[in-house]
Design a binder for this molecule. Structure first.
Ligand code: ADP
Length: 322
């Protein structure tokens, strides 16, 4: 292996830069040339490559987002698109590729592996919905941002006797909502993995009011059957008085922004370095992730064939501590 490339794909996540930095510096240290690909698979298909040196990745470990840019690329979902991407890799004499990204991106990297090209994935998504890593790059930062918002909402909710529906990201995965709920001391958490009837949430809010609480915080995952907007509409239609006045807030993309936490920088540095080491050492077709407190590789075919499950004990804990 003489030349490797790295790209970031799909939803950006705080810590991606630390992962890029680790791939580049570990690669150079390991005696290979490293190329960056701009804008994910879009850049791969459209030949947007540039050579990176150790200095290109100076001063980025503390920055959110990704210096390589990210994109969603429909063309790469077609065989013709992927072959075009492979041609570009071959034209630049690149022998191996690191793909930093989430579920969709690793589905793409598995397709590259199936074509026989050496590829290693790095588990990175704020949704934490990727099989093959207990925790993915970006989750910790997103969680801390959501938590800070909940803490702030609690202060104002208490002053005005309000109940807040706080919608957090996570696509079809309730991890971010569940962890935000536990760490933020929420009265209830609504996640896609468990069907919660809106009247159950109504009862929780009424009961919190009756027990003399000064506020109620309900953390809702964006992928839940009843998201914050649907819950708010339900309460508007079906309840004359919940006790608390109800407000709804969707945190949205603020959860992706900002500087990566210490945890994400370290996780990203470790996984990025591991990915480059794997490629150089001849191990590919795998995802580098974090399992049971250590770096672990999982075949990409296995990663895409499994859906990550949520630890239901945590859901019970959130209920117990409300
Ligand atoms: P994330 O990696 O954050 O889950 P997406 O689901 O948007 O983000 O996927 C990112 C990109 O990965 C897509 O725009 C596409 O280029 C590529 N991708 C997703 N699914 C596939 C697939 N089945 N085959 C090939 N490429 C895919």
């Amino acid at each position: 292996m003489r030349r490797i490339a790295v790209l970031t794909s799909g939803g950006d996540a705080p810590g991606m830069n630390a992962a890029i930095r680790a791939v580049v510096r570990t690669g150079i240290e390991g005696g290979v040339e490293v190329f960056g690909v701009r804008n994910g698979y879009h850049g791969l298909v459209n030949d947007n490559f540039f050579q990176m040196g150790a200095r290109n990745v100076g001063g980025i470990i503390q920055r959110g987002g990704t210096i390589l840019g990210s994109a969603r690329c429909l063309e790469f979902k077609t065989e013709a698109g992927r072959k075009k991407g492979l041609r570009c890799l071959n034209q630049h004499g690149i022998d191996g590729l690191v793909v930093i990204g989430g579920n969709g991106s690793q589905t793409g990297s598995n397709e590259i592996a199936k074509l026989g090209f050496p590829v290693v994935g790095v588990a990175s998504t704020i949704d934490n919905d990727l099989y093959g890593s207990d925790v993915t790059i970006g989750v910790d930062t997103a969680l801390n941002i959501a938590l800070e918002a909940v803490d702030r909402l609690k202060t104002t909710a208490s002053s005005h006797q309000r109940a807040f529906l706080v919608e957090v990201m996570g696509r079809d995965c309730g991890y971010l909502a569940l962890m935000t709920g536990i760490a933020g001391g929420a009265e209830a958490v609504v996640i896609p993995e468990i069907e919660t009837k809106p009247e159950e949430i109504g009862e929780i809010i009424e009961s919190a009011y009756e027990r003399g609480k000064s506020h109620a915080i309900i953390v809702v995952a964006e992928g839940a059957k009843y998201d914050a907007a649907k819950l708010a509409a339900y309460f508007e239609e079906n309840y004359e008085d919940l006790g608390f006045k109800l407000r709804s807030t969707t945190l949205g993309h603020v959860q992706r922004g900002g500087d990566p936490s210490a945890y994400d920088r370290i996780l990203a540095s470790r996984l990025g370095a591991a990915a480059a080491t794997c490629l150089i050492g001849g191990e590919h077709g795998v995802l580098t992730g974090w399992i049971n407190g250590a770096i672990a590789t999982t075949p990409l075919a296995e990663v895409v064939a499994h859906k990550k499950t949520l630890d239901m004990e945590l859901f019970e804990l959130a209920r117990l501590l409300d």
